[in-house]
Design a protein. Sequence first.
Lengths: 119, 874
Amino acid sequence: MSAVRAEGPTTTWLPVCTTDQLSRERGVAALVGGRAVALFRTYDDEWFALDNHCPFAHASVLARGIVGTRGDVPFVASPMLKQPFGLRDGVCLDDPSVRVPTYPVRVVAGVVEVGVGSP
Amino acid sequence: MSPTASGRRPRIVVVGHGMVGHRFVAAAVERGLTATHDVVVYGEERRVAYDRVALTSFFEVGADALSLLPSGVYDDPRVALHTETSVVGIDREARRVRLADGTTASYDELVLATGAAPFVPPVPGKDLDGCFVYRTIEDLEAIRDAAARPRADGSKARGIVIGGGLLGLEAANALVQLGVEAHVVEMAPRLMPVQLDGAAGATLVRHIEKLGVHVHCGVVSTEVLDDGTGRVAGLGLRDADALEAEIVVFSAGIRPRDALAREAGLAVAERGGILVDEQLRSTTDPHVWAIGECAAPAGRMYGLVAPGYTMAEIVADTLLGGTAGAFTGADMSTKLKLLGVDVASFGDAFATGPDALELVFADAVAGLYKKLVVGPAGPDADGNPREDAWVLLGGILVGDASSYGVLRPLVSSGMLLPENPEELILPESRGALQLGLPDEAVVCSCNNVTKGDLLAAVDVDGEHRCEDLGAVKACTSAGTTCGSCVTTVKGVIEDYFGEIGKAVDTSLCEHFPLTRQELFDVVAVHGYRSFTEIVEAHGTGRGCDICKPAVASVLASQTGGHVLEGEVGALQDTNDAYLANIQRNGTYSVVPRIAGGEITPEGLIVIGEVARDFGLYTKITGGQRIDLFGARMEELPLIWSRLVDAGFESGHAYGKSLRTVKSCVGSTWCRYGVQDSVQLAIDLELRYRGLRSPHKLKGGVSGCARECAEARSKDFGVIATEKGWNLYVGGNGGATPRHAQLLVGDVDTETLVRYLDRYLMYYVRTADRLQRTAPWIESLEGGLDRVREIVVEDSLGLGTELEAAMARHVEGYFDEWKATLEDPEKLSRFVSFVNAPGQPDPNITFTTERGQIKPVNLDEPVVLGTSIPVGAPR
Ligand SMILES: Cc1cc2nc3c(=O)[nH]c(=O)nc-3n(C[C@H](O)[C@H](O)[C@H](O)COP(=O)(O)OP(=O)(O)OC[C@H]3O[C@@H](n4cnc5c(N)ncnc54)[C@H](O)[C@@H]3O)c2cc1C
């Protein structure tokens, strides 16, 4: 099992895919509780989930951005206008007043699960 | 040494007044040997000793300038110098030498410094009129006279040098200087086989051929051909056509002149040379010494002047009673400028040592080949083994030997190499700077500007206070002549600004302290195939949206292959990643290639049908094709399978690569047209399609001077003339419009394509990330003239290499979309949701405008009311 973030008492874990469906430093969109969520896997096999909606571009695209690091912070660059969002907290690295929602992710027996519910 | 029994002063006889003989006499005078001894020198040549190393400059500077003893006599009455006097025999019993005129002279100590003679292979015809060797000033005078003799038809004489070693190339250089068409015939598969490996030899060939010397390697000469009157008519070759020539110069190696010694019964080495001990004393006779090229200490002869000088000093010292001198071998490192090309070979250049490894940097574009031979460092001071610590064992440098001064002393110094030793050979390496270039080091040799001068120019408290490279160049003239030092100049300035905390950063991004060109170079040196390898060796972290696409582009240029293959797929910008252009609502536009803007009605109908069936917005582009907007990501494969079936292919509208070659209708239809611009535009577009480049590339072809294709607003524009084509380069539209400038006029189609191949490949290799051709040309030292030198005049001799690189591209081209459709792995990424591939993204919505769809952007993400089945669909 990999990192679990912001797991609350009422978190519901929804399986979205198996680990081999997403290669390293890639993102993919998943539909979680009706919302488009961008799921990412880093080079170190950490898993993160952000809302897929880019608040700058007003489009559902973050899963298609390039995944990299800034210092020690893993981030995704929005594919539209390249704003960087930290994968850990969803905060825009160039404009901390902008933040996209994040979701906890865990891997159970090769299945990637995204947590929804009250964090 | 003491006076002889007879009471006369002991006499040293020196045979040979060449470079080493002269050095011995000079040492004898300087060290006071003449205080006790008389010295008598016999030299066979007409002149006193001269600088044979610089022999080739004889044509330029004349004999006097080469002389090592311009006054003709030693400034010491104890030395008697006889020129044009050959020693023909030695009577060791009587300790006398016999001279050509029959007289004899006695000696107490005999120093043989007879040098070496060129080896002339025993081929038939070797003595014909027109055959020469290359050793003395007289040889050069004779060659000059022969070169001045016109052929029967009045044209210039032609010359062949047999032997492609160091001396052979010197001889070829002389022929070139004399205006003679020069050929070099070398038996070995490469030039300078003793000093250079295959790749270095090949780089040298390119340099030398561009100077007009014809190189024939791996070729055996069979006979010198006779014109019927006893004169040279050419050279017969085994398994090849004979070469015609009036001059043949033998330069097939040298042999020590040890005949006198042999006849006198002195031991000689197996491969020639008078056998001597570490004090250079004959192993047969303690009163005979041998120095220079005629000597073979420990059985080996040395064909360079420096070891000869060492020998001369040792003998002078030993005759003075010294015991310290011993000749135990010599550094055979060589550095020279052959026909203007730097060549250096030092240490264990062939990596013969047991654990020797090679690091190679080759840049055919710049004509550079540099190799370092490294080996594991021994244990540290405490005797503990060291890991990952390397020392330099040797190397080869061709094209740029400026680092020789830093590198050669490193060999056998035991100094550990820096962590990335390859930086020592990367172009105008900053590595060498980091090793600490002293202030007096000359950075720009054309204008004799030292590192100290550069620092004075940028000194914030100084009088010049230059802010950047341009100002420094203007102020010091550094880098303004040949331009080869510009990177070093830049490095010095940047290091200084870095030290004082002034920001000048040329790094690609936080992950790579390299420019795109440097990145291109390290990928070429190491043959990297993945981002991980590159970032682990040369960067930090895991990259970003700047360096990853740059690496992807460099890898694509160097290795070809599909842009979505494996790990490389994760490096691509969104457009490349989905082989389509992302639009403002997250949908994509699709652009099939319509080469030259020519399309059949059937083609138009297919595009129309596809657009209609998928509900796409259509628009004609500026590049004469049709853009289909509003495709959802998961629809792209469906759309493309229809297009591919109808014979369309990717238009690469999404890539930093060739977009279109726009054309006017040309001479086929237009009453003004003078050439078929459509055909050429199609040919060019199909030739360069798929070429990944630093930025997008556009072309245009106009069929007459009216320029309806607007070709001069393109990166390359071709305009028809009555005689052929004019080629313009460096144009663009956009925010900073530029008109393309004339590169070359009135060329035929074949030449045009050749120049375009070179121009585009040179751009791909050397431009910065996202630098279009216009600013790239401006950034080059010399601007458009520089491009013309490289592309048209081929002054760097890279033409063939650049053309070959383009040929590989053309050959390796395949349609990315067709290949994607055939690969389930790549197709698997074209889904809206990994867990609901059939569900379109609800965030994508459209309205309509003027009868077509129009995207709507939503401030907030849409949440689907219905619950979607989740799971892990496979
Ligand atoms: C074109 C050319 C380029 C070269 N470039 C380089 C280079 O870049 N670097 C380098 O290190 N070396 C170079 N060399 C080699 C260098 O010139 C020799 O190593 C050096 O000259 C050797 O000195 P030496 O005194 O042993 O022989 P020499 O200079 O040849 O002198 C020997 C002399 O002895 C005379 N002699 C011979 N026999 C008798 C006799 N029986 N009686 C009287 N006199 C006699 C000869 O006529 C000759 O004058 C080059 C040589 C040539 C030809």
